[in-house]
Design a protein around this ligand. Structure first.
Ligand code: NI
Length: 181
């Protein structure tokens, strides 16, 4: 186990464009991916991008079988995605609340594509090609944004639909559903 500290909003490294991974199947890559999964699991996140632990590489992980923080959401297969590309499969979009491990304790309403296809590679360099909808598609879009230095707070549908989770829950604006971090 090697849980790494997660960078928080304000750290300029979160705004950098991450670099493509060029070497697969290396001990360094395996070690980094292990650290990412350990860090995401410890924080009960639905996803994590390498830049969030200070590594400027195009690597994201996401997925969970069951997560106490998202009791209403279906499981998402645990996935490692390297050098990802996300393509919308329709013009359909939906608004939902998001959080981020780099913006602890807060949520904001964000519009995302409802159906996407994502492609990329696993640690051995094998191709991944998946179609996803709803929460699964949202998590992928959120994590891949991190690789381009974009935090969800830059994508709020309305600056007033953003705040502390406890306050939003207390005022019934927020359900526990649909909050990837
Ligand atoms: Ni995030």
């Amino acid at each position: 186990m090697a849980i790494q500290p997660i960078l928080r909003l304000g750290d300029p490294r979160l705004f950098n464009i991450a670099c493509e991974v060029s070497e697969f199947d290396t001990p360094e890559l395996e070690h980094l991916v292990e650290d990412m999964f350990d860090t995401m699991t410890a924080a009960e996140g639905a996803g994590l991008a390498a830049p969030q632990i200070g590594i400027g590489l195009r690597i994201v992980i996401f997925g969970f079988d069951r997560n106490p923080r998202y009791p209403d959401n279906d499981a998402i297969p645990k996935t490692l995605l390297i050098n990802p590309k996300v393509t919308p499969l329709s013009d359909e979009r939906e608004d939902d609340w998001e959080g981020c491990l780099s913006v602890p304790g807060m949520r904001g309403l964000v519009s995302r594509h409802k159906h996407v296809r994502y492609t990329g590679f696993d640690a051995s360099g094998a191709t991944i090609d998946v179609e996803a909808s709803g929460f699964h598609a949202r998590v992928v879009q959120h994590e891949c944004d991190h690789l381009d230095g974009i935090i969800y707070t830059q994508r709020l549908t309305d600056p007033l639909k953003f705040g502390f989770t406890e306050e939003l829950l207390g005022s019934d604006q927020l359900s526990t559903k649909g909050c990837p971090e």
